[in-house]
Design a protein around this ligand. Sequence first.
Ligand SMILES: Nc1ncnc2c1ncn2[C@@H]1O[C@H](COP(=O)(O)OP(=O)(O)OP(=O)(O)O)[C@@H](O)[C@H]1O
Length: 434
Amino acid sequence: METDTSTASATENHTHNHHHIHPPQPHGHHDILPSSSVLIIVIPIIIMFLLLAILLIIVMLRRLQSAKCNRNPKSSKGVINNSNCMFIDHSTININSSPAEAKSGGCLYGTSSCRAQQPRLRNAQVFTFKELEMATDKFSKENLIGNGAYGVVYRGILSDGTVAAIKMLHREGRQGERAFRLEVDLLSRLHCPYIAQLLGYCADQNHRLLVFEYMPNGSLQKHLQPGKNKSKTRPLNWGIRLRIALDCGRALEYLHEHTIPSVIHRNFKCSSILLDQNFRAKLSGFGLAKIGSDKVNGLISTRVLGTTGYLAPEYASTGKLTTKSDVYSYGVILLELLTGRVPIDANRPPGEHVLVSWALPRLTNRDKVEEMVDPALQGQYSNKDLIQVAAIAAMCVQTEADYRPLMTDVVQSLIPLVKNLSSARSSSNSLRYN
Ligand SMILES: Nc1ncnc2c1ncn2[C@@H]1O[C@H](COP(=O)(O)OP(=O)(O)OP(=O)(O)O)[C@@H](O)[C@H]1O
């Protein structure tokens, strides 16, 4: 019985199948495809349509977003997206403006006035090694302008006549390669008149070079520590020092508070502050910079790199890096500007070797603060201004990182001092040397 049933069922199945399988028909007949074949064709088409629709929506959303940003540059901020680093600089000041132009355009004193009318992205130019060799007369000694930890800097003239500072990085070491990539990636996206502009780079074979705008008055170190560089410079006057403090304060404010995620410079020191023909300052030396997205629980834990004398105590002892580490280094620069002393000086009498330790108790003492001022500045400042600058410096170099001010607060405190100074001296052209 069992056998019979199965035979019957097989026959039934056969009959059933026979109704649905159509052998190829001669021409002129319409083929009817089986449902599985229809699905094989239809499903990919539906998926393709869906993908196209999603793509279209993304494109439209992006356009809408960029149109929004163009309409309202004030409300937007610089954005660094670490995945291949698309930095969209909406908080930007006119990228072609120097601090001098920024000032005349009203950019010196107001944060919001520093936004670009029309945000622009500028890509760094790519140079061949030969082009840079020609620009520097084969990297001649005469064109050598500086020596840093990661490379040698030459003055050069590019084929279009632009004078540039060309930094040839040392080839050995991973840190050098990291510094190169970081500076190219970061600087081609940061646009701020208080940051030295990266004009281009060269990655020809194993040569690694960075091409920067040339800053004719070199680094602040050259002027504050002239002996170290064997160069003859006259001491900077009070007005110039205040303006330098404001310019580089603005550079840090931009990095900390106007880019997303924020950028920590990590090597803020007087050789990273460069001066243009009018002694306006721009920040450089981004090879050790950290992008805030590397944070774990709001902190970046990292190998301690930087320059002795400028390192915040909590960073030096634990490697914990925050924007407040830069604020500490900024405080050290303020102290250098105020006192004319270097951060660490073993030649000074005991108790005066470390600038911060020596200065801290004096900064908040009205009677003692004047004793610590650089003798070259005598008679150039009002007591009120001096006390104010000393108070800002004291806040920045506090041991407790959380109590240090934000760079925005520092900038806002310095603005009235520079403003008063500028209006008092606008008739005389005395914001230069003594
Ligand atoms: N754009 C520039 N225009 C003019 N001079 C420059 C420029 N960039 C660098 N220099 C000079 O070259 C020197 C060396 O600069 P570099 O950036 O290599 O190192 P650094 O800031 O001195 O130290 P580190 O390598 O530790 O960051 C500077 O101190 C400065 O005198």
